[in-house]
Design a protein. Structure first.
Length: 633
């Protein structure tokens, strides 16, 4: 019959307008049509109207689905469309009876990928030219296409005829309003030639019940903001200049009895709130992170914990050639997290956690942003459903650009939601689960010290508390040492605790520092000889260190080359053995492990450090390659 055109019509509660819409389509002078109507969960008589028309015209295809929104309906139509060309018509609109014929004729004449028609807005008592073409125009330059289509003012996907192949690997963003603003720039860029057809009209009905005409709730306001933000970023990347008005976005509107009371607008990096949309009452400038060419973000969303992994992850990304821009609680920076770490390609941002969250939620990634490593993903999801984490970013974020670090995988593995591309600090040892191992153990320019000659200094990072099993292991071992007249040792505790619960004769062997800032903790570790862990076979909570979790202490062992005292069954999975650490088999053997450390001479200690260094070098290279592979996937 000729050139087939697939007409895609999303239908949702438009019984008042649907007859006119369908009449304008089935009576087209061009007859080779495929009319795909997606009934998107209508609760009025729209479904019955569709069925009635189908009885009269076998070109009509009806797809019924639960209400999923216009984007989903359009995508469903695209999935089954068999036409050479695609035309979208909203179910409360209509077109000229020779609309398709004229569009195809123009396409044949201009050999264009997209043909655009005039748009007339129709209300009860008026018809207004929204976008009018009285001549045939053509454009291959994207900037010129934007101008002809009057973007962003007239971002209409309807009233245009598209070559079907333009939709290969291109679909509408679902679960959002204002999807045309997001979609149209993409398909205009993908097309070679755009043309306009003269004196051919699409009638856009002013429908007071349409979803975008109602007073916008928070989601609609957010979607409108995101769509405009995307458009501005898109234009910027393509070198298309926009006016100040076009770059101004309504961020939010607060209503009082359906009256817009306070309207907040954003222009570039400045926000202004207006009373009744007219009187400026508040202004602020948003803080922005440092973004350079080839930037990778490292974000630690936990305010209190896990910051110690951040320098190590930054080091890997720097070694892979990225500029690294860091988001971490500013308090941790003040505490000296990066006091030993300087690099010209490392930028430390001063944004608060609230400002950081707002930045990621409101900002589309430009070409300079290569990815984000979230170093504690459990702070932005429930540690089971990792797809939730993407909700913390701009709506259209490329998911492969978000790298997630998980510190405890047990719940996710048990629920069957674990993913192999999630980063863990070491290999998992539970239900054959696999992960991407990237171990962060770089802290900057540190001193690798030799063993103290007179007093062996043990250090433990963690609390020392009465009746705490791991604390008791350390205390009992110290008591045995003293009972054996072995007194040339000291145990430094970096963490909470006090000496009150210790026997008086032991107190002088313990030095409780309390919680220290990073710079002072680094100093204490450098002065120490051995790192203490005190895992017990009798404590089921410790099993995570052999299965699905790990300890920050191990990163300090690797980074500062401090051999550790560790339970034998926890050693192998964490890279420890008799050559690079001191192992014990039972709780009662802890005393023997400490004595062995005290008795060790400087040469033995250096050999143990060298073996530990061999392992950490291997771990570093393996981690670097794993991260590189993950980024390149």
């Amino acid at each position: 019959m000729g050139t087939k055109v697939s007409v895609i019509i999303p239908v949702y509660n438009t019984e008042v307008y649907l007859n006119n819409c369908l009449d304008s389509i089935i009576n087209q002078t061009h007859k080779d049509l495929e009319i795909i109507c997606i009934n998107d969960g209508s609760s009025d008589k729209s479904g019955a109207i569709l069925e009635n028309f189908k009885q009269k015209d076998d070109r009509i295809i009806i797809i019924n689905q639960n209400n999923q929104g216009q984007s989903s309906a359009r995508n469903k139509g695209l999935d089954i469309a068999k036409g050479d060309y695609i035309l979208f018509v909203d179910s409360d609109d209509r077109i000229d009876v020779d609309f398709v014929e004229k569009m195809l004729s123009c396409q044949s004449q201009t050999q264009s990928d997209i043909v655009a028609a005039s748009i007339l807005r129709v209300g009860k008592n008026l018809t207004k030219k929204r976008l009018f073409y009285d001549t045939i125009q053509t454009a291959s330059d994207l900037k010129e296409k934007f101008k002809i289509c009057n973007l962003p003012k007239c971002c209409y996907v309807c009233a245009k005829l598209y070559k079907k192949e333009l939709f290969n690997n291109l679909r509408f963003e679902e679960n959002v309003f204002f999807e045309d603003i997001i979609f149209l720039p993409k398909i205009l860029e993908k097309s070679n030639i755009l043309s306009t057809v003269n004196n051919t009209n699409y009638y856009y009905t002013i429908n007071p019940n349409s979803t975008v005409k109602k007073i916008p709730d928070k989601k609609k306001q957010k979607d409108a903001y995101n769509a405009k933000k995307f458009f501005i970023q898109f234009a910027k990347e393509k070198g298309i200049d926009l006016s100040k008005k076009d770059k101004t976005i309504v961020k939010s509107i607060k209503y009082f009895f359906n009256i817009p009371l306070i309207k907040t607008k954003e222009y570039e990096n400045n926000q202004t709130s207006y009373l009744f949309g007219l009187v400026p009452i508040f202004k602020k400038t948003n803080k922005l992170p440092v973004i350079k060419e080839n930037t990778f973000f490292v974000w630690e969303p936990c305010s209190k914990s896990h910051s110690e992994v951040v320098p190590g992850y930054c080091k890997y990304l720097l070694d892979l050639g990225y500029h690294v821009s860091v988001f971490v609680n500013p308090d941790r920076i003040k505490e000296g997290l990066f006091c030993r770490f300087k690099d010209k390609n490392l930028s430390i941002n001063s944004l608060s956690q609230k400002e950081t969250k707002r930045f990621f939620k409101d900002t589309p990634f430009d070409k300079n942003i290569k990815g984000v490593m979230v170093t504690t993903v459990g702070k932005i999801c429930d540690c089971i459903h990792y797809d939730q984490a993407y909700n913390s970013f701009f709506f259209n974020v490329e998911r492969n650009k978000i790298l997630m670090v998980e510190h405890e995988s047990l719940a996710s593995i048990d629920k069957g939601t674990w993913k192999e591309d999630i980063i863990t600090l070491r290999k998992l040892n539970y239900k054959n689960a696999k992960s991407t191992v990237v171990n962060p153990h770089y802290f900057g320019d540190i001193k690798i010290s030799q063993k103290n000659k007179t007093i062996t200094n043990f250090i433990s990072i963690g609390a020392l508390k009465a009746n705490k099993l791991d604390s008791n292991i350390i205390i009992e071992a110290a008591q045995k040492l003293v009972n054996k007249n072995i007194t040339n040792f000291k145990i430094t505790i970096v963490g909470k605790g006090n000496l009150k619960h210790l026997p008086k004769q032991l107190r002088k062997y313990f030095d409780i520092k309390g919680r220290l800032p990073f710079n002072k903790m680094y100093d204490e570790i450098e002065k120490a000889d051995f790192m203490l862990s005190a895992y017990s076979k009798n404590n089921p909570k410790h099993q995570r260190y052999n299965t699905t979790g790990t300890s920050g202490n191990f990163q300090l062992v690797y980074g500062f080359l401090k051999p550790c005292i560790i339970l034998e069954e926890y050693a192998k999975i964490n890279g420890f053995n008799n050559e690079n650490s001191i192992l014990y088999k039972e709780d009662d053997d802890y005393y023997c492990a400490l004595k062995k450390a005290i008795d060790m001479d400087e040469n033995e200690y250096q050999q143990m450090q060298n073996k530990l260094k061999e392992y950490t070098n291997e771990l570093y290279q393996e981690s670097l390659q794993n991260l590189k592979g993950l980024i390149n996937e």
